[in-house]
Design a protein around this ligand. Structure first.
Ligand SMILES: Nc1ncnc2c1ncn2[C@@H]1O[C@H](COP(=O)(O)OP(=O)(O)O)[C@@H](O)[C@H]1O
Ligand SMILES: [Mg+2]
Length: 266
């Protein structure tokens, strides 16, 4: 297994956001995580990437190392990258600079501007720049390298977020709703890019996605969360038949007609 998570629990005060989750992901897999809003999906990513620490008793093993107690930057450097549910693009910086920030694993704007702005760093890092230009070409944004990221369209920003996560050359990429609120055309573009990146760089993917169609078409295995617990896991076809999954979705007020249609037709 590339990632093996055991007994993962996270509480916020009295709320158990993630409850006793086990998860095993093979190298090269595309693993989906679905579940209603508030079911603990993003918290699971925050635990794997080290942003939150789990309750005692958990273990997270990645690529042979127990990373449970590691700091987020150590985990990132070890090969786990992620995108965020809410986009974190530095609008005032160029598209290329946004990738360079990803490469350095820097998250604070001030630190990032200081580093990026320094002449020495530019000189030292010509090679990195070239590598990032290659990545930009791969995600279809090479022509926009010097444009402020804030001027990109919604779909392009999503591609940039993807590129930034790829800039550290991860082995495992965690995608938190990569297609959310995009037009159908852009959903296709982002997904095609994700799959092309996977193929090119031999990535393993875990995808949280609200658009069930995306998960069903892309993932080999799907885990379903509800109230922080894993209530089902299996192939997309098996998941669609699972009555607990159907109840978890149809028991709620649905916003997404696609979800309803898909599950009813299952
Ligand atoms: N930092 C936090 N502090 C307190 N509660 C949180 C925090 N992050 C998430 N939660 C709560 O944990 C639950 C799971 O949230 P989240 O993982 O974001 O769900 P999902 O991504 O599945 O929509 C929700 O009830 C949410 O309000
Ligand atoms: Mg979320």
């Amino acid at each position: 297994m590339l990632l093996e998570v055991k007994n993962l629990t996270k509480r916020f005060g009295g709320l158990t956001a993630v409850s006793n989750i086990d998860l095993a992901v093979k190298p090269g897999a595309v693993h989906g995580i679905i579940g209603p809003n508030g079911s603990g999906k993003s918290t699971l990513f925050n635990l794997i990437s080290g942003v939150y620490k789990p309750e005692p008793g958990a273990s997270i093993v990645f690529d042979g190392d127990d990373i449970t107690d590691w700091e987020p930057h150590e985990i990132a450097r070890h090969g786990v990258a992620r995108t965020f549910q809410l986009l974190r693009i530095f609008s005032g910086m160029s598209v290329l600079e946004n990738l360079l920030i990803g490469h350095h694993g820097l998250i604070r704007y001030n630190t990032a501007s200081a580093v990026i702005g320094s002449r020495n760093v530019w000189a030292e890092e010509r090679r990195v720049r070239e590598e990032m230009m290659e990545l930009l070409a791969f995600i279809g944004l090479a022509d926009y390298a010097d444009m402020p990221a804030g001027e990109l369209s919604g779909g392009q920003r999503r591609l940039l977020a993807l590129g930034r996560a790829m800039a550290m050359r991860p082995k495992l990429l965690l995608l938190d709703e990569p297609a959310a609120s995009l037009s159908p055309v852009n959903v296709e573009i982002v997904l095609d890019t994700v799959l092309a990146l996977k193929k090119r760089f031999g990535l393993t993917l875990i995808i949280i996605e609200h658009i069930l169609k995306v998960v069903m078409e892309t993932c080999e295995t799907v885990s379903v969360l509800e109230h922080g617990e894993k209530i089902a896991e299996g192939s997309p076809a098996a998941i669609k038949e699972d009555h607990r999954v159907i109840e978890a979705y149809l028991g709620k007020e649905m916003e997404d007609s696609e979800v309803r249609a898909l599950l009813r037709s299952a």
